[in-house]
Design a protein around this ligand. Structure first.
Ligand code: KG4
Ligand code: ZN
Length: 338
């Protein structure tokens, strides 16, 4: 089976081809020009997707030594994401499917992330714990099969990646904040300032806005960001990163005590964070679980995960229609309740 996947939910246009079990292309065009605006400008993002999606599809087919006619299924991200950006990839994919008379599946971007560990040589084993940490979402899930996903907790305010981005902005480190914070933190002392680690004690939920405010108050107490030395900024980044990672790993630990799982999988853009990876790996060793954290190319937004999710849904019997619409947000009851 050959699946063509298309992703355009935010600032990456990506096209991938999966031939049976093999990923033969995963092309990612990142819109780096948003950096100068300090965040993604939705309208500019849509225009950039529009310019690149068609050539990228051609390149992905060529790289895989196939033609559109050889494709058995077309899958594209339907949401959540920026509505204009989603519209470009989704409408393009539907047009391609309609014109070539191929089946089409609209994929949920978060589900794409959840199953992105299956793109790795060592795959998650069901049931597994999935920690989804991206710029827009923070979710802890119990994944029993390709179609049974239970929500154990989610953020009640900011997403983990959003907190990294906001703190980086506050410290004047630039965008996207995650890699900048990680870099600064690697040269800082993570024990210098005691930032609060939120503990909601309600389900396995997360909160990051208190931590973000604590960083702001601390910076203000030092006379503002202009008064901070490079070393001060590195220390703040390290202490923030340490508190944010503690908040994430604590709920993973609690979930491990409540549910019998085989694997812990951390996915989404923040899964690229080296400190988070090492803390999760330590936890997994203690609880004797496998860890699956996708390679960098599968942590951020990519079409390989969309093609894989489309394929797994299709193989589970799901048949979508071309009337599938783009959606900006994940509905509250999208996942099953435990
Ligand atoms: O999954 P993703 O690429 O896009 C969304 O669907 O949101 O995640 C992007 C997020 C951004 O907030 C970015 O700052 C964060 O992932 N991120 C990181 C790192 N690399 C990217 N956060 C912490 N440490 C990193 N190394
Ligand atoms: Zn994402």
């Amino acid at each position: 089976m050959i699946v063509l996947g298309i992703e355009s939910s935010c600032d990456e246009t990506s096209v991938a081809v999966i031939k049976d079990e093999e990923l033969t292309a995963n092309l990612i065009a990142s819109q780096d020009f948003h950096t100068k605006y300090g965040g993604v400008v939705p309208e500019l993002s849509s225009r950039a997707h529009l310019q690149i999606v068609n050539p990228l599809v051609k390149d992905a087919l060529k790289k895989s030594n196939i033609e559109l006619n050889d494709v058995d299924l077309i899958a594209a991200t339907a949401g959540p994401g920026l509505i204009g950006a989603l519209l470009v990839g989704l409408t393009y994919a539907k047009g391609l499917a309609f014109g070539s008379n191929k089946p089409f599946i609209g994929v949920n971007h978060i589900e794409g992330h959840i199953f992105s560990g299956f793109l790795m040589p060592q795959k998650p084993e069901f049931p597994f714990l999935s920690l989804v940490v991206s710029g827009g979402h923070t979710l802890l899930l119990l994944v029993k099969s390709f179609t049974e996903i239970y929500k154990l907790g989610s953020t009640v305010d900011d997403a983990a990646g959003e907190a990294f981005d906001k703190v980086a902005k506050l410290l004047g480190l630039g965008y996207p904040g995650g890699p900048k914070i990680q870099n600064a933190a690697s040269q800082g002392d993570g024990n210098k300032i005691d930032f609060p680690v939120s503990d909601l004690k309600q389900k396995l939920n997360f909160s990051f806005s208190g931590l973000k405010t604590a960083v702001l108050r601390y910076v203000q107490s030092q006379g503002g960001v202009a008064k901070l030395s490079e070393q001060d900024k590195n220390d703040i980044a390290a202490c923030f990163q340490s508190a944010a990672v503690k908040a994430l790993t604590r709920n993973v630990k609690r979930a491990l005590e409540l549910y019998d799982v085989k694997t812990i999988s951390v996915v989404g853009g923040v899964a690229a964070n080296a400190f988070l990876k090492s803390e999760i790996t330590k936890l997994a060793e203690k609880y004797k679980k496998n860890v699956v954290i996708p390679d960098l190319q599968f942590c951020g937004d990519n079409a390989a995960m969309i093609a894989f999710r489309g394929k797994s849904l299709y193989e589970s019997g799901v048949r979508d229609t071309l009337s599938c619409k783009p959606f900006p947000a994940l509905s509250e009851n999208h996942f099953l309740e435990i």
